[in-house]
Design a protein around this ligand. Sequence first.
Ligand code: ADP
Length: 869
Amino acid sequence: MVYSRDQMQLPQVPLSLYETGNGRIWVIGRIGYVYSVDIGSGEWMTYAGLHFQCETADGLQWFFSRSNQIAVSHDPRTGTWLQYGLKDGLIDRPKVIISSSHGLVWAAGSHGNRAAISVFDGKRWVRICHPEFAQTIEPNSVFEASGGTVWFGAGGQLLTGSPHAGGALQYKVETNETVRLLRHHAPPDFPYFITSMIETPDKSLWVGSTLLFRSDGTSQLHSIPDLPKGNTVDMVMDHQQTLWVAKENYGVCRQQGDLWRMFSTKDGLAGLLLSHLLVLRDGSILASSGSGISRFDGSTWTTYAYPEWFAMSKRESGLRQSDDGSIWLNYAEREMRTAQMVVNGTASFCTIRHRPETNPPETRITDCPKQVAQPGNSTVAWSGHDLWSSTPLGELQYSWRLDGGEWSAFSRETGRTFLNLESGRHELEVRARDRAFNIDPTPARVEFTVIPPVWRQPWFVALISVLTGSIVLLAWILIRTRERHLKERQAERERHLVEVDRLKTGFFTNISHELRTPLTVILGPLEMMLKTESDPEKKSVLAMMVKNARRVADLITQLLDLRKIEEGKVQINAVWGDLVPLVRDWTDSLQPLADSAGISCLLESVAECRGWFDEDKVHKIFTNLIANAIKYTAAGGEVRVRLSVEVDDCRAKTVEDLSAARLEGQEPFQPYKRRIKFVVEDTGAGISQEHLGHIFERFYRVSESSAAAGSGIGLNLTKELVDLLGGEIHVESPVHPDPERPGTRFTVSLPLGQRSEVRGQRSEVGGQKSEVGEQRSEVGGRKAESVEDFRPLNPLCPSGEEAPLILVVEDDEDIRNFITDGLGPDYRIETADNGAAGLQIAVEQVPDLIITDLMMPVMDGITLCRELK
Ligand code: ADP
């Protein structure tokens, strides 16, 4: 045998050749290549002049020869070859040999150029000719059906002289192993020429000609319309019991339910001049064509399962597999040139036994980035190597899977770009497959990392967190600073307001003080004139003057009181007494005011209300509220004043009980908490809700009621006094259903209990009580005389040296003069314009009486008194 360089790809250099015991020749070139050529029967074996056909259950391999018209059996175990010829009963032109389940060997083809079969029962052949049936029998149409019958399809040329020719023959094997023609399925029920035939597990008979037919158990055939009209050259069932149909010039069709999937050259088939289909033991399918032998692995076609020149185009050529896994490639005469070369260039009719090598290729990953930047596009390259390069590098196929997913279909791709991979670690596995479909059992494995996008990288997240944190912190600081500024400004504003208020009050106080002195000087003489005036006209003018001067004096007093309260200079002078007669007096004194305003003023009071109270302050509270009620009630209205006593303690007896106890000489002051409740209610215009909350504020006036003259001091002072006395004051409006006269109700509650319950400092001295109601007071521990007991210093005393000496200490000259004038000639008068001067005179002359102002320059009246004491 001659191997030329273009066949073997041998290097063009001097070679060293070695033969080893396993039938291989090692070819060693100079530039480092080593080739191994199988010259024994290990992998490849060519049997010239024979076609492998089948293997019987007892292990005999059956061939037939074309030229010698013989069938050959070969026992591989003993190496025995037996040949059978015409004289043994064989037909003269066998095209196919099958073995059936009955232990029979069937040779089909023609005898004397007419269809004929020979059946071998192990001892002898029986020839059966069917000259009326067909010219020959088609090799791919011979098969054993599930019922044990053996089918033969008509082939060759049309038999013009035979009216019942064509179709199929169905043979039955009798129990004595004799065979009998069961039925001739002739046209028109069956097509005349049957190129292939098969039975599917559902017992359907599939009959192929140019059309494909199917019978569902009856002899009636139905054509399958969805398939193209090429010759149905072969039909097989794969391991999934799926029917495959090879259609000449169209491709290979796979049945999928009622549909067909067609594979053609664009799906990887080497050519469309199909000759044979073979299901291999691993489940893959070989399809031979005039352009090469392709192999389907379940998902894709490998175009060349054998080198291209293994192509087979003749119907008589074909593929077989024996039980040992060998693939037999039968080549008919005048097959392709390349195939002839394999067979020594002489006998083209041959069978090539291929025992596929089982060495899997190796896979390696040649290029893979360790780290992949966003957007996660990773290109990986791989390669493989088959032992002795039995599958050339370019024909190795690869399959890959990412992160343990599905393996991809095998292809010749030697790399891939994965797009938009998720960030994180990935594992890629690649496995190579050689031409014999050996798969690398240890796939190449590589790991790489797709770097997360910037916004998911730890440093970025940290940066953003820090930035966000900083922004939040900054915002917080800004807000805090702003809040602090606002608070400071607010505090500043409040301080300012307080200051303004203080200045205002201070101003009023100073002004008031300045006003009071001249007012005293005005009011004094005026009152005197009013007393002495007899002319009624002048008297009424004087009365009006006195009234207004008193109003101004009252206002001034209020302002001065406020100032004193603010400065904490006001003390509580609680005295023991009955409040009821006082309240009557106060109400009565306001009666003229009410009368002049046309308002009725009513007092409802308990009979008695004894206790400790600061008469002056309570008086101011009461008169303020009653005067306001009169002032803000229209003519015809009504002011009601109610005085009652409340007892807080639940054990308390009624007020009457308390009074009774006192009358019986018992200690009237049980540990009950008593309060004066004083209500002033009018039928005036009332106070709207928006103002109610403000009316106790200083200088606050309700605009709609501002028609009545006022200063906004009265209620503020009242509240300050109530607070000072530990009481409470409330206002309600409206209090009547009449919208015209909604009215206002002020309720004051003041403690009226034991001395200790009256807050602040008390004026009671020496533990003795002073009964105000009885017009008595107690000062300096000595019981004072009643008011009636006081007499003016004897005015009848002679003037001159004997007249009593009065020292008038007063900084205001007018008042000094007014007092001096008032005392007149009845007394000797000494004057001083400040405390210090007064003290000096007092020490030198020891006057009988000293009249002193309080506020004076140099030394004030209080200091003077203290010095004198
Ligand atoms: P003045 O009376 O000098 O204006 P006050 O402090 O006594 O100041 O009263 C504050 C405001 O309360 C008054 O301007 C008045 O609008 C309202 N007010 C007080 N008492 C009454 C009342 N009995 N009826 C209606 N409004 C009243």
